[in-house]
Every structure is written in C-alpha cells, then in structure tokens.
Design a protein around this ligand. Sequence first.
Ligand SMILES: O=C(CO)[C@@H](O)[C@H](O)COP(=O)(O)O
Ligand SMILES: [Fe+2]
Length: 222
Amino acid sequence: MGIQITPSVLNADLSRLADEVARIPSADWVHVDVMDNHFVPNLTLGLPVVEALAQHSTLPIDVHLMIEDPDRWAPAYAEAGVGSVTFHLEAAAAPVRLARELRAQGARASMALKPATPLEAAEGMLGELDMLLLMTVEPGFGGQKFLDLVLPKIRRARELVSAAGLELWLQVDGGVSAETVERAAEAGADVFVAGSAVYSAEDPDAVVRELRDLAHAASLGE
Ligand SMILES: O=C(CO)[C@@H](O)[C@H](O)COP(=O)(O)O
Ligand SMILES: [Fe+2]
C-alpha cells in the first residue's frame, strides 16, 4: 500500500468537523480520537459524532479508541461504517475475539500499544490484525513530543511483519511532524497520524503532502 497520511482532527475545529476533513483532500484517512476519561485522562467524542461524520466525511475514517472495555464498544464503530477501528491491547479483555469481530463487521481491525507496552504482548496475534498502532506519545492529548524511545519497537515490528510476510500496516501516532516523520519512516512505519502539525498550519493539505514526501523518501533510504 505504501506510505499513508492520516491527520487527526483532535486539534481541529470540532464545531465544523466535516469542513475540517474537507480541508485535507490529499490525506488517505481521517483519524478520530475517541477518549472516555477512564482509559486516558481526557474526554473527546463518541459514537453519535462518529456516525454523523461517517455520513459527511470525504475521507474514510480511522477511529482510535482510547476507552475501557473496547470489547463491548468497538464493534458499533465498525457497524457505523468506520473503515478502520483501533482498540488498545491494554484495555481489551479478549483482543483476538475482538479483532475477528471487527473484521466480520467489514472494518479493518487494528490494535494499539502504549509506548511502554512491549511488542511481545502483540507478537502472537499479528496475523489477526490489519494494522498495528505503535503510540509515539502517551495517549490522551495532542501536541506532545515524539518519543524516540519507540523507534526500536517500530524497527522490530517491521522485521517481524516482513519475516512473516504479513500485509500488516504499521501506524505511528503522536508528535509526528516534518521534524520526526523521517525517523519513524526509516524505522519502518508506513501509516502516519499527525494532528497539531497538520491543523496548526495555514494550509493543512500542504503539510499532508510534505509529510508524505518526507516519509516516502526516508522509507527508500534517501
Ligand atoms: O491519539 C492521539 C493522542 O492520544 C493522537 O491521535 C493525537 O491527536 C495526535 O496529535 P499530535 O501529537 O500529532 O498533535
Ligand atoms: Fe490517535
């Protein structure tokens, strides 16, 4: 599939969500952060808003669920027409069953790991997933600094995926900008979430294109 750029609307103008998505036509997906004030110390939006956006978004939706009990809540997002549903391993009671359920509903199944969660915790179930999200900040807020300590985990994940011949996308989320995207791409990430870097710019779509060009060149070792 190659490099994909997935802006997060967390720091966009949430009163005009569909319009904000329309400002990034070059993006591959739009990333929507759902937080429940339990799994993370922040509260954003939930299913009714995502359902409404799904009716009006010009891009497919990539939902990132930072919530307790995703086993109970995640399938409804797939039913709502979300293209990719990410749940956190740290919160899931039965991650394999949940990933299978999401796929059965027609969504891409994706699982996220917080920075300190070892890759080994997910290693045995990579074949059940369409995407693995390696968080490059502690989940909860936009605008944090990219954690370079996650780079070896990205590198190791890329090795595992290649060795197993899997069609698994490797997403990074948190602190991704023109300053950091090349490091993540060089380590092996291929799907990049960027929130504040995109929406703090006057021309968000130009940032999307810039991030894609930088990541593409870095992935080729240029
Ligand atoms: O999931 C999260 C934060 O928990 C992210 O999706 C952020 O929204 C990304 O924002 P930036 O770090 O790019 O500003
Ligand atoms: Fe996110």
